[in-house]
Design a binder for this molecule. Structure first.
Ligand code: NAP
Ligand code: GCO
Length: 269
């Protein structure tokens, strides 16, 4: 019988990037419930930072610190990590959550648009992980969790840059595992399925005639439970990968997709 205390994050500091709302916010909330000492989040705008601070306050979370930082800004990230070390302490857990998607047919996508997705969804996790690794290596302990996607395994129309980034993030996860496992640092990923957050809101919008968005119906047919997942449902898997309970798990992509990857899809009526 596993000792449940191994799932505790008691005394741990966690930095969840881009966690003002959505999946990151719910992961940070779950970390607090699991006993984290302090959760840190960053936002790339004052507006988003304030939204985050308001959301944590509304959730009754006081052991949280928010900072203004764009995860693609290498100098800014290094300065942020120094500031966290000074104001909060060691970073025990990093969650590379910040991410964007652009849904544009590839042949119509400008290079700058493609590059922006790659920079935020793939280069930034490298920047943030590289910034926290030296201190984790010194302490010979650390947890890095990258937020991958169904598009780490599957493609679909209009998301070429996103799929390329998330596919790359899967391999970056495995390479950090390979390169830093000897320092007792575990790097794993969560691959969420289709989660009801602002990022997927356009795919769930009611049509002008009041009918469901075709993609909404499509995803529910592709998910065994026949529903979109709630961002809160990522909290438990994230706590597991952030805790001692997963010390022997490394380089793993934990798909929290309700079974999408296992299912051919419901036959249309
Ligand atoms: P979301 O609602 O769009 O939230 C993304 C967050 O990342 C926002 O707070 C955003 O800040 C922040 N962000 C974006 N670029 C940033 C940057 N350069 N620097 C700092 N923060 C930045 O997305 P979500 O649905 O919660 O998704 C979170 C992560 O899960 C993403 O990596 C996404 O690819 C991944 N994911 C989502 C789903 C899903 O179905 N929702 C499924 C699989 C994977 P702003 O407010 O400034 O935009
Ligand atoms: C899309 C969606 C997906 C989800 C997620 C699936 O347009 O297909 O936005 O990409 O965000 O990544 O796991």
């Amino acid at each position: 019988m596993a000792d449940l205390s191994e799932f505790s994050l008691e005394g741990k500091n966690a930095w969840v990037t881009g966690a003002s709302y959505g999946i990151g916010f719910n992961i940070a909330k779950a970390f607090v419930k699991a006993g984290a000492k302090t959760v840190v989040f960053n936002a790339r705008s004052k507006e988003s930072l304030q939204v985050g601070l308001d959301n944590y306050k509304a959730a009754g979370i006081t052991n949280v610190k928010g900072y203004l930082c764009d995860v693609t800004d290498e100098k800014g990230v290094k300065e942020l990590v120094e500031k966290i070390h000074q104001e909060v302490g060691q970073i025990d857990i990093l969650v590379n959550n910040a991410g964007i998607i652009k849904r544009i047919p590839m042949h119509e996508m400008a290079r700058a648009e493609f590059q922006e997705v790659i920079d935020i969804d793939l280069v930034a996790p490298y920047i943030c992980a590289s910034a926290v690794l030296p201190e984790m290596m010194e302490r010979r302990e650390g947890k890095i969790i990258n937020i991958c996607s169904m598009m780490s395994e599957l493609g679909r129309e209009t998301v070429s840059a996103y799929a390329a980034a998330k596919g790359g993030l899967k391999m970056l996860t495995r390479n950090i595992c390979s390169e830093y496992g000897e320092y007792n640092i575990q790097c794993n990923a969560i691959g969420p399925g289709y989660i009801a957050t602002p990022q997927t809101a356009p795919l769930r919008e009611r049509q002008p005639d009041g009918s469901r968005h075709p993609f909404d119906s499509f995803i529910c047919a592709k998910t065994p439970a026949g529903r979109w997942l709630d961002p809160e449902e990522l909290g438990g898997p994230a706590v597991f990968l952030a805790s001692k309970a997963s010390d022997a798990v490394n380089g793993h992509i934990l798909y929290v997709d309700g079974g999408i990857l296992a299912y051919i899809g419901k036959q249309p009526k």
